[in-house]
Design a binder for this molecule. Structure first.
Ligand code: DGY
Length: 336
């Protein structure tokens, strides 16, 4: 499908997070564009003023709630440069009839790479041991107290078996000989859709994944159903010495319960790309915890993937403003 903009009038577009110059130029060639980052105090008044006329918004990582929508009476479409839509009040958008677009697909492999990197880093203590070299503490061969834990052959439990969960399973099962258990609300037809994984991955109940996996990875979307899903009960179900990985959203995990499990439970380590509050507050105990490998929400943060996300998000917005169906519209029926 090609974009037909021949007779599309120029519309007011508000860009609320930096876009690469080529994508900004695409937008500017067709519409009147204001760039204002509401997280920068000096730009907030410009952002609010532009909302009053905007028909399209494009950006990410900023909460869009009913109060913000009330400032944008002409808004028709929001194009999020993210696959996750947890920053948007979906009910308020649906009630106003504002279309929401996002960027599924283009970040799947990169995000699965990040989650697998966290598995490797947490199990093999890569950051801790790299720091030992960097800080000049490698003065003799390391002893058993610094040995890591094998990844290959361990059972990986995946909570959420959508695109990213499946890409993670491929890495684990085909690359590292790991038996994979997964839990997903929708049934996945492995024989039909993932034939290479047949016999290597098995569906299990939520509790069974927690109880049987050596390494548990969360790759679920954040929703009212998953907020706070992993707490004291779930950590207590996990195997002694298990590793916990979160590559999804921080709010899925009760961080106090995670700290308890690290300090007083038997959790071996945690690898976290996401946190309840981001950027992670300086006084968060997770920032410097010796058993935690913490990353600054970099799931999709490679040059190639972030550009692909910006390109898809820009296309989504251009199609929507031209009255054509965008390539990736969020389906509100998924929330009812
Ligand atoms: C996404 O696309 O949802 C990533 O987590 C970036 O926010």
């Amino acid at each position: 499908m090609s974009l037909n903009t021949a007779d599309v009038a120029r519309k007011k577009v508000l860009v609320f997070r930096e876009l690469p110059p080529d994508q900004l130029a695409r937008l500017r060639s067709r519409h009147e564009v204001t760039v204002a980052n509401p997280r920068v105090p000096a730009q907030l008044p410009i952002f609010h003023a532009a909302l009053a006329d905007a028909e399209g918004l494009i950006g990410s990582s900023y909460p869009v709630d009913a109060a913000l929508l009330a400032r944008a009476p002409h808004l028709k479409v929001i194009s999020s440069v993210s696959v996750g839509v947890d920053n948007y009040d979906l009910k308020a958008l649906a009630a106003r009839g504002v279309m929401l677009c996002h960027t599924p697909g283009v970040l799947t492999e990169t995000t699965a790479d990040t989650v697998f990197a966290l598995i490797m880093a947490s199990s093999r203590r890569l950051v801790e041991l790299a720091n030992l070299v960097r800080e000049g503490r490698w003065t003799r061969n390391i002893g058993e107290e610094l040995f890591g834990w094998d990844v290959h052959g361990k059972t990986l439990g995946i909570l959420g078996f959508g695109r990213i969960g499946q890409a993670l399973a491929r890495r684990a099962a085909l690359g590292f000989g790991m038996p994979v258990l997964y839990h997903n609300l929708q049934v996945v037809d492995v024989a039909k859709d993932l034939p290479a994984l047949l016999g290597k991955v098995s569906a299990a109940s939520f509790d069974e994944v927690l109880q049987r996996a050596d390494i548990v990875a969360v790759v679920l979307p954040l929703s009212p159903q998953t907020r706070g899903l992993i707490g004291a009960r779930e950590f207590a179900l996990m195997k002694p010495g298990a590793i916990f990985i979160n590559g999804a959203r921080g709010a899925i995990v009760q961080e106090q319960a995670l700290l308890q499990a690290l300090d007083h439970g038997t959790l071996r380590a945690a690898g976290l790309d996401v946190f309840a509050t981001e950027p992670l507050p300086l006084d968060s105990p997770l920032r410097t915890h010796p058993k935690v490998t913490a990353l600054p929400h970099i799931g999709s943060a490679t040059l190639e993937t972030r550009h692909a996300m910006a390109e898809l998000a820009t296309s989504n917005l251009l199609y929507a403003l031209a009255g054509q169906r965008p390539p990736a519209v969020f389906d509100f029926s998924a929330i009812s």
